[in-house]
Design a protein around this ligand. Sequence first.
Ligand code: SF4
Ligand code: SF4
Ligand code: SF4
Length: 395
Amino acid sequence: MPKARRIDSRTLELPDGFLESRHLDRISDCWLDERDGDLVLHPRLPDVHKVYVEPTTRCNLTCRTCIRNVWGDPDADMSKGTFGKLLEQIRTLPDVSRVVFTGFGEPLAHRHILDMIAAIRGLGIAVSLGSNGLLLDADTARELVRMGVDRLVISVDGVEPATYEGVRGAMLSQVLDSIRRLNETKREMDSLLPALGIEFVVLKSNVNELPRLTALASRLNAARVLVSNVLCYTEDMREQMLYGYEPQPSLLASGWPVRTGAWITWGTLELPRMHWGAERRCRFVQDRAVVIGWDGSVAPCYALSHNYAYYAVDGFRKQVTRYSLGNINNESLASVWMSEDYVRFRSQVRSFEFPSCPNCDLRDSCDLRQNNEGCWGWNPSCADCLWAQDIVRCP
Ligand code: SF4
Ligand code: SF4
Ligand code: SF4
């Protein structure tokens, strides 16, 4: 174990080899923390890797499964000024390699979404887009291909028209037409991009169609199917949930061939965990991701990016309050990312120092839990998080 040496009353020297081997030579300073008697240095590095951007909270649909049905947050678009600031700030973050336009709202409903995508592509950064696919007309498809958007994830929650309509209140044929049009455009423009992914929120009402989803994915030439469980905002949704505290039967599905140019590859199916488990990890924090809301607010993940109530795995109703670590209209994303609160929060999440509320004797009556707070001193708490369990997943 390398030894830190005290040089004088105010100076501690860390060995060169230690700094180099951990790529810490870029660090100018650290936050100093104490945890259970240990001295902890949290490096302040502008090392954001992935930026999720919520262009709008408006949507052309009102899906049964959507948080927007129950929240009190406004329907609003990201302004040109806020996006301009984000663009400038991303330029100064050397590790950003992907921007994902998605969120609680339909990105293609934003009037300037194509300009936003073009601006990010202009920085040479990869772009993913999550969409319900219904506003994907021929011109938009051509622009996405021309700009080199490399991933497009479209929500398709049913293989039968009636099932899809029951969840989304829209016609399956319309979204399938959009996807076929995109594939046609890719062929015409001789491009393999964007690679198509399908997101499927699995419910009691559509689970029987899951085995047929891969055949649909194959016909649509989708390289990836991401299956997520539903985050239950209402009692009605709880009746549709398939996961639970106790082990549940696994979901059944198989792979499918995908054409990529002259090659045939195998599609990837990502299934969620179906019950509460001991292993917890946060993909947002691990991926060094950050979420920028429509108003420029900075949140660590989608779970904490809005004000809403939901039911935890054991049916306990919780109220989540938006956790904003700053706003890019007032200070730079780099400075929010390296702030004491955010650096310590990420460290806490990486080591997952939160209790597991569903396993606690006080789980049915705890006021802290009800307000998404925790008894180990960290607020907000990740103790009930369904994303950290891989029960709920994001593209
Ligand atoms: S498409 Fe997405 S944002 Fe729009 S209502 Fe459906 S789930 Fe909500
Ligand atoms: S916050 Fe603490 S006391 Fe309350 S339910 Fe969770 S683990 Fe139990
Ligand atoms: S564990 Fe859950 S609530 Fe905590 S930061 Fe990650 S996604 Fe957000």
